[in-house]
Design a protein around this ligand. Structure first.
Ligand SMILES: NC(=O)c1ccc[n+]([C@@H]2O[C@H](COP(=O)([O-])OP(=O)(O)OC[C@H]3O[C@@H](n4cnc5c(N)ncnc54)[C@H](OP(=O)(O)O)[C@@H]3O)[C@@H](O)[C@H]2O)c1
Length: 237
């Protein structure tokens, strides 16, 4: 993919899962890739796995000052991707307010912070990763639906505000990533199997399938304001 040759690509959340897969595809397409996240060791390990001279940099998208400092050098990025965030599962009556607000902060406001500070080339792009609960809300996940829906609407507003920079969102259903590791190997397997059973294609997505959409957003010069579901047909079921 010559369109990314030498381009400066920043993947916030690039040390794991869909972000790492995106960084890997962009690096293979000869982009100059920077991966940013909080954990030093995970960043270093991901940079080693990706190779191609990818640069790991510490950044906490929960922190105004961390984001401000990161972007203060004035680098003009060709493509910026935000795929950070987790948490927020639970019924509204049971969710602790601090945890609920942290989930919104770690995904919606994280994307907002990145959007307001990243300098992006006029022919470049900004991509968010939301999640399929925005299209199909579920009991016990109302907050996650709201966070993803808010992020998608933010990206559509930004597509108008930041034009000619293109702004898009990929909205995946369940994806087999390390995000689920926190539940332990058995629970992760059970969750992904039961999620797969509800998907018309009878499997969950792989991170590289999300990355392929992100690279499409980077390289197609007329796509903006778009939310692409990547859910194996779940929105129809
Ligand atoms: N996996 C799924 O089934 C699924 C489905 C739909 C949507 N999503 C969404 O897709 C996005 C990516 O998920 P994933 O499954 O790829 O997750 P993952 O494997 O856990 O990767 C998350 C990445 O984001 C980084 N990160 C988290 N908080 C950060 C912060 N405050 N500042 C900077 N980096 C941060 C993590 O590194 P550090 O923790 O070291 O910072 C890591 O690199 C998330 O928003 C998730 O909600 C996931």
């Amino acid at each position: 993919m010559d369109a990314l040759d030498g381009k400066k690509v920043l993947v916030v959340g690039g040390s794991s899962g869909m972000g790492e897969a995106t960084a890997m595809l962009a690096a293979k397409a000869r982009a100059k890739v920077t991966i940013a996240a909080r954990g030093h060791d995970r960043l270093a390990a991901a940079a080693k796995r990706i190779g191609h001279g990818v640069e790991p940099v510490m950044l906490d998208a929960l922190s105004d000052s961390s984001v401000d400092k990161f972007f203060a050098d004035g680098t003009i990025w060709d493509h910026v991707v935000s795929c950070v965030g987790a948490g927020g599962r639970g019924s509204v009556r049971e969710l602790d307010m601090t945890a609920a607000m942290a989930a919104m902060d770690g995904k919606f406001w994280a994307g907002f912070r990145i959007a307001r500070r990243a300098r992006i080339a006029a022919d470049g792009s900004l991509t968010f990763v939301s999640g399929g609960l925005s299209q199909r809300p579920a009991a016990g996940a109302a907050l996650i639906s709201a966070i993803n829906g808010a992020l998608e609407k933010l990206s559509q507003g930004l597509a108008l505000e930041m034009a000619p920079v293109r702004v898009n969102t990929v909205s995946p259903g369940p994806v087999d990533t390390p995000m689920w590791d926190r539940y332990g190997a058995d629970m992760k397997q059970k969750f992904l199997e039961s999620a797969a059973a509800r998907v018309p294609l009878k499997r969950v997505a792989q991170p590289v399938e999300v990355a392929e959409i992100v690279l499409f957003f980077m390289t197609n010069r007329f796509v903006t304001g778009t939310v692409v579901p990547l859910d194996g047909g779940s929105t129809l079921a």
